[in-house]
Design a protein around this ligand. Sequence first.
Ligand code: S3P
Length: 461
Amino acid sequence: MHVRIEPGGRLQGTTRVPGDKSISHRWLMLAATAVGRSALMEVPPSLDVRSTAAALAALTTEARPALQSWASYDADTAEGHRSTWNVKVDGDTNGPPPVSLEVEGKGRKGLTVPDRALDCGNSGTSMRLLMGLVSSAAFMTALEGDASLSSRPMERVAMPLREMGAEIDTDRGHAPVVVHGRPLHGIVFEPTVPSAQVKSAVLLAGLDADGLTVVRESVPTRDHTERALLALGAPIEVGETVAVGRFQHEGFSAVVPGDVSSAAFLVAAAALTGSELTVAGVGLNPTRTRVFEVMERMGITVERSIRHHELGEPVGDIHVPPTAGVGPVRVEANELPLVVDEVPVLALLAAHAPSDSWFTGAGELKLKESDRLTGIAEAIRGLGGHAAVEGDDLVVAGGGLEGGRGDARGDHRMAMALVVSGLAARGAVEVDGVEHAEVSFPGFVRTLVALGATIEPVAGE
Ligand code: S3P
């Protein structure tokens, strides 16, 4: 789908964003392997989260109908057209309606042999965490994904799981992956690449392993798995190292907080248009909010107030007062894992600063849903700005963008970053592939339009 964004104008109001994708994957997996009933509210209809729900449906019996019907919820939305665009905007900025998903779990040992390969679609988190979850099962599980996911590295997860005792085949390091579940034993794992997905896969495997499973990270990554396990009463120690022992949890109820990475796109949109905006009910986990500290270094005020906690996750509101202008920034390699998903939007913001910005040691971005490092630099140049990739560093020259046309390259965060940058370019910006926003932020364009942005579909395409 192809849209045209007119620059200028102001956004105004209070809005919400769909539930957090990272948290939803984990809570769904925990609900499907709990003993007893769980109730999850505000699980987002994001395509990635539905991939996890569908995979878990294939691995369960009692929970299958609920997970299956959730996974196939609204086929029109799945194509990305309806919820992103063809929805009447009537001033309702409350986002998608809350939906409660009731999952009846039979415990980790109650997982059943899937009758087909688990299709993880575009979702790296689904595939990597599921590998950990099934690595102790008494059966074999095949996992596959789309072309983008099949090009992403899987040995980084397979290696520690093999060390724990599982037998895992990859296709020269990539999906399809086949996991032959085995009895597992704990290990001390020191990841060479900072990755919350790999850490979480190992911790999930550790819940069904003999002895202690220890993960020693040299650079911290998002800690949603640790927080949920702690809240569920697991024998887990969380500090500079994380250690977990065997544990079977019970069913639980929780409301998924709004996705802070989605909120970051709205904060950037407000900052670029000098608008005042509130995003309510957002997850404010400190391992996810570094993006706002980076934005603050760029001169954007992002007020955060925590209101309550859900399964160990802080939840609250974000308020952005009008911003006078955006400054340049340096993001160093040791900070990068904490903003790994936000580099596209930060870089597009940086293109509007008066001078150069640097993102150093950002090589991991080449291995995301697309090669985001090259994609960002090309997108900025395509809109009349200047940016270059130097080894693993991205340098973005400021000075603003002229306008023009950009392509999402099948990547949800690239689609949203391009749309947001169009709000402050000197001329109109057209974006191809905006439907990919559905992967993490169903209703993204609709939300921006409801807040006052001028974004229109380009006829005939
Ligand atoms: C995620 C971790 C990050 C992130 C991804 C979600 C997670 O990946 O990019 O969008 O939910 O654990 P890595 O851990 O591989 O960096």
